[in-house]
Every structure is written in C-alpha cells, then in structure tokens.
Design a protein around this ligand. Structure first.
Ligand SMILES: *Cc1c(COP(=O)(O)O)cnc(C)c1O
Length: 400
C-alpha cells in the first residue's frame, strides 16, 4: 500500500471505530416500499419518496417521452447551448404551483442552495441560519463569505438577539444585507419551524428569509405548496427553495419567487451557470410529479400519507402530537450512541426492515437515531409488519 492509501486507510479505520462507517448498498429494484438488496426483499422505511411517485407510471412515461423528443443529454449549461423546452415547461408549472411570479430549477437541491446563497450575499453581508438547517445551506452560508451566525434551533429569542446585533452594524453607510435561512420541516427531526412568528420577526428587522421546503412541498397546505402556504405567509417569504427529488419523485432543485430573484440567479448563481443542465427526462418527470401532486390523486396520496404517518407514530410510541392536522412524514427514534444506532438498524435489517442509522455528521455526535420515513405507498399491513419486527428485536436491543 502506498503512503496515500495508508493515510486514507487510517482515517477509515477511525471512522469504523467511531461507528461512523458508511457504505453503499446496491439496490436491484426501483425505489418503493419493497426493495431488493443482495437477492433479499426488504420493507423500506428509508426513502423521501413521500408520495410514492418515483416509480409512478405517469412520471416514467413523461421521462421516456422526453428522451424520445429531446434526447438523453442536455449538451451544456442552459446559458450556453440553448435552454431545452422541458426546463421551461417545468419552471412554468412550478411557478403556477407555488403561486409565485417565477421559478428556476437547478440540477439538485444542494446546487440550488449553493448557487442562490452565494449569488445573494457577499463579504459585507450577514447570514443567520437555524442550528439544524441542511448541510447544503450551511456549506453555502460559509462559501458566500458573509458573516455567519447560528441561532438555537427554532429559538426566536436567540434569533432576535442576533438581529439586534445585525442592525447595530448598520451604522456604516452601506447597510448590510441580512438573510435568515431555515427549513419548514426539519429533515432529521421532522419538526416544523415557527414560521408565522419568524416571518413577523424578520419583517420587523428588515431581514430577508430563505425557506427550504424540501420536506414540506407536495405535502402541506391546501394546495400542498408547503408550510408557507399552510401558515399563509408565502407572499412574505423572499426566497422559497425546494427539491424535485422528494415528494415530486424526480430529481433537481428549485427556487420560487420574484422575477427579479430568478433573473439575478440566472446571471449570478455559479452552480447554475457553470454546470451542464440536467437531463431533459428529469425535468419532464418532475413536471409530471408536480401536475400529479396538484390533482385529485395528489390530494388522495397526501391524505393516505397522513393516515400512514399516524399509524407509524403509534407503532413507534411517538404519537404525542398525533392530533395535529398535518404531520411530517419523518419520525425519528433517538438512540444516542452511534454504534448502538448501527446495531438497531442491523437488527431490523435481519428482520427484513430497511432503514438508516442517522449519525454524525448528519446529526450531532451522540444523537444518532433511526429515521423512519413513511410514504403514501405504505400499507397498514406494512406498519403492522414493522411493529412485529420491533417487538422481535433481541433483548440486548430495546424496542426503540
Ligand atoms: C434533501 C435536502 C436538500 C437537498 O436536495 P437534493 O435535491 O437532494 O440535493 C436540501 N435541503 C433539505 C432540507 C433536504 O432535506
């Protein structure tokens, strides 16, 4: 082994020892509630395909048709070689769905955050993020060069104290731009941001808000636009962000907002400008997902998901807020120690249930957990089967 590989191997050994080793598991079936790994079938509680659209015939057909009409690849960045029609159709659908003047799509949600935050802010500005925002917003907040402040998770008093500090910086002739970034449904805890109060607060201090609706779009609100719709504040959120890879069943990320915002991003977002456009099939599939979410089937699937989540929470003993009208599809069971969480996940896998042990750096050290996600394609029997598997865990592993 050469010195390079020796050095990397030592680092990998440390990861293993800390219970932080990760590996890919090859999937030989489409995404769904039943998946096939190594010739074995598993009941899947790991996917963010909340409405069960990733393998839906309407999305498959839309993708196939786009390949027929527009080919497999996009050729270059959309600013370089022409911007394929499926992207424009997708953005028109998105803006109509979100009720915003405009929308722009990116290759992933991660690239969306990176391009948007770095386009909006520079070294003279201030960015304030919730402690638990997704890695893509943390990375972007660091990369943009603005002063970065972190407020305690969902703690508006802490946020306000930072806003007070930010405003006092406004003695210089050029008032700094202040951007607050939060998530509507937090990806590893499944809890909601106190959005209405947060919007009041940011308006009082003249700050902007970027809201990452990755786990709420397609699920929450009368038209399933997200938490901003549910809380009736959508027109007061400057930057609405989301992914096309979760409830919409496809792939890509988006920003919905004003025409000026979208035009600025087309001119300034480096992850948009300097990256080959996604394949047209992804755009067509995402658009089919959006259309489906808006229709009767979308409403039925969202309702079905709510009833499955209720049953899942009961099974996991986390039913405390089961009377709330809208539940998130993410149900975490805190374990704590990283190796214990791995042991839980392994024991469940031996019972035919597949789900991830979420560990550092996805969550803080010592707060490893099992993360159950429900989808509209799960059945009551699936949840019953999960309950049996949990009861059959070996006695050294308490039933979470
Ligand atoms: C998944 C996720 C993203 C990233 O979206 P991708 O399309 O998967 O890159 C961003 N923010 C949150 C909160 C997410 O959960």
């Amino acid at each position: 082994m050469n010195a390079f590989d020796q050095e990397l191997t030592a680092r990998l050994d440390q990861l293993r020892q800390d219970g932080l080793w990760r590996e890919l598991r090859r999937l030989d079936s489409p995404q769904g509630t039943r998946i096939c790994i190594g010739g074995q079938e598993y009941l899947n509680f790991s996917s963010n395909d909340y409405l069960g659209l990733a393998n839906h015939p309407a999305l498959r057909e839309a993708a196939a048709r786009a390949v027929q009409d527009f080919g497999a690849g996009a050729g270059a960045s959309r600013l370089i070689c022409g911007s394929l029609a499926p992207f424009h159709e997708l953005e028109e659908s998105l803006a109509a769905f979100k009720g915003t003047p405009a929308a722009l799509t990116f290759s992933t949600g991660y690239a969306t955050a990176l391009g948007t935050i770095t386009a909006l802010l520079g070294a003279d500005d201030i960015v304030i993020v919730d402690k638990l925002v997704h890695a893509c917003c943390v990375d972007a907040a660091r990369l943009c060069g603005a002063k970065l402040r972190v407020f305690r998770h969902n703690d508006l008093d802490d946020l306000e104290s930072i806003l007070v500090w930010a405003v006092t910086k406004a003695t210089t002739p050029q008032r700094p731009r202040v951007l607050i970034i939060t998530e509507s449904v937090f990806s590893m805890d499944g809890d909601f941001a106190p959005l209405r109060a947060l919007v009041e607060l940011k308006d009082r201090y003249g700050a902007w808000l970027m809201l990452d609706e990755a786990h709420a779009t397609g699920l929450l609100g009368e038209h399933r636009r997200g938490l901003a719709e549910l809380e009736s504040v959508a027109d007061r959120v400057e930057i609405q962000m989301g992914t096309l890879g979760k409830a919409f069943g496809a792939s890509g990320g988006y920003i919905a907002g004003s025409r000026a915002l979208v035009d600025l991003l087309i001119n300034r977002a480096r992850s948009f400008i300097f990256s080959t456009a996604p394949v047209p099939a992804a755009a067509a599939a995402a658009r089919a997902g959006i259309e489906l979410v808006q229709g009767k089937e979308g409403a039925e699937r969202a309702d079905k998901l709510q009833s499955i989540v209720r049953q899942l929470r009961q099974t996991l003993g986390t039913g405390a807020d089961a009377n709330t009208a809208s539940l998130s599809a993410i149900v975490p069971k805190l374990v704590g120690d990283e190796n214990d969480a791995l042991a839980h996940a392994t024991a469940l896998r031996e019972q035919g249930v597949f789900l991830p042990a979420i560990r550092y750096p996805t969550v803080a050290r010592g707060s490893a957990r099992l993360r159950f996600t429900a989808t509209a394609n799960h059945t009551e029997q699936d949840i019953t089967q999960l309950g049996v598997a949990l009861r059959n865990l070996p006695p050294t592993i308490p039933a979470a």
